[in-house]
Write a protein that binds this ligand. Structure first.
Ligand code: SAM
Length: 266
């Protein structure tokens, strides 16, 4: 699908399209994500609440060509800034698979004010869910507001170290995403996965090396995190640094309890 628009972006600090520019929307390789091609290219998601920006990000309104009934359909995209979202940084960094697509159920640990959560909500769409966990009450208030307008976001103001406290709210998920910048993040991800992640599902973890060990080289810290996850029945699939958007961060993607291949009879 390619959609054209004239009129360009609206909104504030999000960066991206210049107002008045001609913009072409193309699907990204990752289902549910798009690229707005204009004077500057930008990563965008389809706004599930047209007319509303979540954190002052730019919006791009697009009209489809008239259908047989002569009607044009107006849709809106929101610019996704890789300097403000590690998932967007991973996508622009060329990650193979983020394991979040339309219809996915995602447990998101470290939701903060819900800025990245809102883009994940756009991606998973009406058939998906984002269970968004944040323990700090201040950003939690903004997260609750994001969830008021987005019915696929289930906000959970709890400590991700205690998944039993929110077990009644969360169903089985396809993906656990974590961005909690805690030294025991791997343990927290494993604990949540044991309760909520389906066998063969995936974890996507943003690791900030200095939060785990500020004295060791980032590569050594990442290696140790990989080892911890392997000890919890995760099979590492992909590791990607988030340069130039984040320094000394990586995203680590693993499969949880991968099914054992049957040996073929000899
Ligand atoms: N992912 C967010 C985004 O892209 O907008 C940014 C997350 S920020 C780096 C880390 C967040 O994790 C903070 O809001 C912090 O309060 C939260 N956090 C840290 N430890 C947590 C825990 N044990 N349980 C729940 N939230 C936690």
């Amino acid at each position: 699908m390619i959609l054209f628009c004239r009129g360009g972006g609206r909104g504030g600090r999000g960066g991206g399209m210049k107002g008045g520019a001609k913009v072409v929307i193309e699907p990204h390789r990752h289902e549910g994500i798009f690229i707005a091609r204009g004077k500057e290219d930008a990563l965008v998601t389809l706004n599930s609440t047209p007319g509303v920006a979540v954190y002052g990000e730019k919006r791009i309104s697009v009209e489809s060509p008239p259908g047989p009934d002569g009607n044009v359909v107006k849709v809106e995209y929101r610019v996704w800034n890789p300097f403000r979202s590690k998932i967007a940084a991973a996508v622009l960094g060329g990650v193979d698979n983020i394991w979040i697509k339309p219809g996915s159920k995602v447990l998101y640990l470290g939701a903060a004010a819900g800025t990245s959560v809102s883009h994940v909500s756009d991606i998973v769409g009406p058939k998906g869910n984002v269970y968004a966990v944040e323990f700090s009450h201040r950003p939690g208030r903004d997260l609750l507001n994001v969830a008021k307008a987005r019915t696929n976001v289930i906000p959970i103001i709890e400590d991700a170290r205690h998944p039993l406290k929110y077990r009644m709210l969360v169903g089985m998920v396809d993906c656990v995403f974590a961005d909690i910048a805690q030294p025991d993040q791997a343990r927290i991800v494993a604990l949540n996965s044991h309760y909520f992640l389906k066998n063969g599902g995936h974890s996507v973890i943003a690791i900030k090396a200095s939060c785990i060990d500020s004295t060791a080289a980032p590569e050594a810290v990442f290696r140790r995190e990989v080892n911890k996850l392997q000890g919890e029945n995760f099979k590492p699939l992909e590791q990607l640094t988030l340069e130039p958007y984040e320094r000394d961060h990586c995203v680590l993607i693993s499969q949880y309890r991968p099914s054992k291949k049957k040996k073929s009879p000899e």
